[in-house]
Design a binder for this molecule. Structure first.
Ligand code: PLP
Length: 367
């Protein structure tokens, strides 16, 4: 189905279920307990098992993913839920060495001590790897923060041949820009904290899979681990997703313009953006993405110059995270990511393109 039809459905998915007098926006139901005089009759009983506002959001997210979805209170809760639901005794897991660092910390601090075997590959190494003996292959493409890309279908083919299942962290893209499930991936995990909610005011995540039994296990993990979302957070994400398509189209268009101009700015030593014809990710990105995203990586001469640019540009929030309405940027080396000191991860927002670029160009000139 095309993105424009999905975007329209995201706004109207409740219509077929509405009756006279129902609110058009989903009701925000904050309830720990429900009226259950007869427990044999089913329905809602306790807030850790089910909530009507999560279910409204899951219905919307399912349209976005074209797959059943389980909602979680953060991207990391979704990643944990998928891995704990999938990993059996002695599971052998391959993770990206250059992806989101907290996924690696989860593996080092909690999966390895349980006896799971965890190894790492750079994102560009997955499509030629031998997965013999591996049970779970976890990819993140484009990777955060380096924006390297791997060929998802090629990774899936190799994983299948070895009998492994594939999990893809699709946070940097969203299903409107890349559809890992259509490329054969078993499970998608995502931080809706980023572009789907889109306003830097909520943490959220989800797991999507067309394997119904596996997703039931993920849902059961949520109930038993207690990693359940709040109703208000689910409501905020639902509201954010209504404008996801329109925000992404501005953000991606502006990112393309800015990435290209950055390549010609004398203060910028290197630029990574999958949409640049010269980028090492471009050939695969063109094949498997519907858009090149809103994240740009660029390198300035050193930390001081990069910090001067960040401090002086009036239309760039100096914050971590990405995917929001407002442009934001930071030096990733400040958190210990193995990137050059002057490397900036820039998340393009919905500011008018030329206004944003003109502020950036001035700040770069003066940095
Ligand atoms: C690629 C990626 N996956 C997962 C997460 C975790 O999301 P959350 O912060 O909502 O737990 C992040 C957060 O930055 C991320 O960048």
């Amino acid at each position: 189905m095309d993105n424009e039809r999905i975007a329209a459905q995201l706004l109207h998915h409740r219509k077929a279920r509405l009756v006279q007098g129902d609110p058009i926006s989903p009701p925000l139901v904050s309830a720990a307990t429900y009226h259950v005089p007869d427990h044999t009759k089913g329905g809602y009983s306790y807030g850790r098992a089910a909530n009507p506002t999560w279910e409204e959001l899951e219905a919307q997210l399912s349209l976005l993913e074209a797959a059943p979805v389980v909602a979680f209170p953060s991207g990391m809760a979704a990643i944990s839920g998928a891995l704990f639901a999938m990993a059996g005794p002695g599971a052998r897991i391959v993770l990206p060495s250059d992806g989101y660092y907290n996924t690696r910390l989860l593996a080092e601090e909690f999966l390895k001590p349980l006896g799971l075997h965890v190894t790492y590959l750079p994102t560009t190494g997955f499509e030629t790897a031998d997965f013999t003996g591996i049970s779970i292959v976890f990819i993140e493409t484009p990777s955060n923060p380096a924006l390297d890309v791997c060929d998802i279908a090629a990774v899936v083919a190799r994983a299948r041949a070895a009998g492994a299942r594939v999990v893809a962290d699709n946070t940097t893209m969203t299903p409107l820009l890349q559809r890992p499930l259509d490329l054969g991936v078993d499970v998608v995990v995502a931080a809706d904290t980023k572009a789907p909610s889109g306003h830097s005011d909520v943490l959220f995540g989800h797991v999507a899979s067309r394997d119904v039994a596996l997703l039931d296990r993920v849902r059961n993990w949520r109930r038993l681990s207690g990693a359940v979302p709040g109703a208000f957070e689910a409501w905020l994400v639902h509201r954010g997703i209504e404008t996801l398509e329109v925000r992404l189209s501005r953000m991606c268009a502006t990112a393309g313009v800015i990435a290209d101009r950055l390549t010609r700015h004398p203060k910028v030593l290197a630029v990574r953006y999958p949409g640049l014809a010269t980028d090492p990710s471009h050939a695969i990105a063109k094949r498997q993405m519907a858009g090149f995203g809103f994240l740009i990586g660029f390198t300035m001469a050193d930390a001081e110059i990069a910090e001067r640019f960040l401090a002086s540009c009036p239309f760039v929030a100096q914050s971590t995270s990405f995917g929001a309405t407002h442009s934001s940027a930071e030096r990733r080396a400040r958190w210990g990511d193995p990137m050059p000191e002057g490397f900036i991860r820039f998340s393009v927002g919905v500011e008018p393109t030329e206004t944003l670029w003109s502020a950036m160009a001035d700040a770069l000139d003066q940095a």
